[in-house]
Design a protein around this ligand. Sequence first.
Ligand SMILES: NC(=O)c1ccc[n+]([C@@H]2O[C@H](COP(=O)([O-])OP(=O)(O)OC[C@H]3O[C@@H](n4cnc5c(N)ncnc54)[C@H](OP(=O)(O)O)[C@@H]3O)[C@@H](O)[C@H]2O)c1
Length: 273
Amino acid sequence: MFKNQSFNYAVFGNPIDHSKSPKIHSLFAKKTGIVHTYKSVNVPLDKFNIVLKNFFKQGGQGANITAPFKQEAYLFCDKLTERAKIAKSVNTFKKMDDQYILGDNTDGIGLLSDLIRLNFIKKKCSILIIGAGGAVKGVLFPLLSFGCSIFISNRTFSNAKKLVSQFHEYGDINVFDKNLLNIKYFDLIINATSKFIEKKDDFVPLSVVSSKTCFYDMNYQIDNTIFINWCIKIGANFFSNGIGMLVFQAAHSFFLWYNVLPKTGDIIDILKK
Ligand SMILES: NC(=O)c1ccc[n+]([C@@H]2O[C@H](COP(=O)([O-])OP(=O)(O)OC[C@H]3O[C@@H](n4cnc5c(N)ncnc54)[C@H](OP(=O)(O)O)[C@@H]3O)[C@@H](O)[C@H]2O)c1
């Protein structure tokens, strides 16, 4: 694999055909004038370590890691940034000059940057996150550090509980239980469930929603996601899909690699079309 490898940067996942990362990175390269060859690589489910080792051996300088490999990526690195260490999940690798692999997680700063752009988040706001997978691990520390209080709702209750114990030392975080609710409504509701879920009519009880509640779907596609359709159905006033998060997390990976943060505004607009 990677004979005569012509690229130094890539996103690795399975499946990967849908990935918009190569397009985003080619727009960053144009914008910044930095020569940056970036491809997507589909990794067989049992071959993550061998594929990544080979990539770096053949001259790879940096990588993005997407589902389902963020945990394996965390174990693969030689050193971790503080936020990746806390998240125990990695979405960015950088080969450092003295030849070790640094792991970072830019999902959280990516989400936070987009929520700020949209004016969906304020210090001390209350957030309900639906889902407790790898992406949520990446975003909890930045959201708690921003000063928000967080509830987690998840299909498998024990996975939500695990996250709460992992992060409770960093801020106000609890498992959501619709029967034991003492808060009136949430300022922000984030969907972080898999994009492959079937149509749903009950993401959260309507008693926790107000006309001011903002809704954010980490998933994105050209037409409306299942969650966005539900937001429209319940009459939500403020909602967005996750394309902005994708662009911002990519920008922060680019920053780790080149120490240059590309401008993102018009790229989000291009990808929406
Ligand atoms: N916009 C971005 O930049 C960005 C970045 C990262 C991720 N994402 C997206 O965010 C989503 C979550 O990513 P992830 O890495 O956290 O995935 P993941 O680790 O596979 O977690 C999936 C989550 O969805 C839940 N789930 C799966 N099927 C469900 C169903 N039928 N009903 C209810 N809940 C269900 C799982 O619950 P259980 O615990 O019960 O299994 C789990 O909490 C993905 O679609 C991903 O593409 C977007």
